[in-house]
Design a protein around this ligand. Structure first.
Ligand SMILES: [Zn+2]
Ligand SMILES: [Zn+2]
Length: 282
């Protein structure tokens, strides 16, 4: 049975995400290690790190994922933005290493003003520069497929494959976001469409690279290239299609993480219960 969990809040300290997740019945969890919408991050103190590691051991949550902040754009055409992004991403990797998590999820970026091909090679170059000299231990960076909003790269699995091939020395993997795939034009509403997506993954990045699945319904329509996560069973993908994803034998090795809107804690509990019922009836 796949491991399931959600993106948990870090109010009161990063360790609190672990406590919230465990108390809600998660097996796995994703968190931000800092404010996701600012360049400046408060450094992690030794106390923060030790407390996080201690609670991680107690809760036995696995895997633990950090989602990179939203400002980082590793494919930025603007030079100042690119330099800031590389520094900020390196800091994200260092924080992930300090906390000892399994995965750091990042979007490949937006090639505004440049073509996709240039954006893809710039993202690969940025990863190499940002990670230079770092010892990864067991940390792996997961590239997330995007909705293709604006000039975002990474909405095709071919893009992710090209980035991975260009960075053979960096431990990379893939995080499949169901809502992003759907609005980027992979129609997973029917069984055939889901199988077509899985075949596409097999032919590009490979199924083994899919370490995590962001399990979201979509408030935005099919092929709209708009990124709007929604509650499970209440969006354009729907409960039946999402059940097929959760029960697919070729995806069950991945950790399933909900990133549904955080309106109120009850919504998380309800979405988690739905995901639990999908995987339990497998
Ligand atoms: Zn994401
Ligand atoms: Zn996502």
């Amino acid at each position: 049975m796949p491991k399931i969990g959600f993106h948990a809040p870090i109010k009161g300290g990063v360790h609190n995400a672990l406590i919230v997740a465990k108390d809600t019945g998660c097996d796995t969890v994703q968190l931000f290690s800092r404010n996701p919408r600012g360049w400046m991050a408060k450094p992690l103190t030794l106390e923060d790190v030790l407390l996080f590691r201690k609670i991680r051991k107690q809760t036995k949550l696995s895997p633990v994922l950090i989602h990179c902040n939203y400002l980082v754009n590793l494919a930025a055409a603007d030079d100042l933005m690119l330099q800031k992004s590389r520094l900020s991403f390196r800091e994200e990797v260092e924080r992930a290493l300090l906390l000892g998590v399994d995965y750091l999820v990042v979007h490949p970026g937006s090639a505004r003003g440049a073509c996709e091909v240039d954006g893809i090679s710039l993202c690969a170059k940025s990863l190499k520069i940002a990670c230079k000299g770092l010892k990864f231990n067991s940390l792996r960076i997961l590239l997330e497929n995007t909705a293709g909003q604006g000039d975002c790269i990474g909405h095709r699995f071919e893009h992710l494959d090209q980035i991975m091939r260009a960075c053979p020395k960096i431990p990379l993997g893939v995080c499949l976001d169901t809502a992003h795939a759907f609005t980027a034009g992979y129609d997973i509403r029917e069984e055939d469409g889901l199988n077509a997506l899985i075949q596409r993954i097999q032919k590009t990045v490979g199924l083994k690279t899919i370490r995590a699945i962001h399990f979201n319904d979509s408030r935005a329509a099919y092929n709209s290239r708009v990124d709007r996560h929604w509650h499970i069973g209440e969006g354009h993908i729907g409960a039946d299609a999402l059940r097929r994803v959760a029960q697919h034998p070729k995806l069950k090795h991945a950790a399933f993480i909900l990133e549904t809107p955080y309106d109120d804690p009850r919504a998380d509990i309800k979405n988690l219960a739905m995901l639990r019922s999908f995987v339990a009836t497998d």
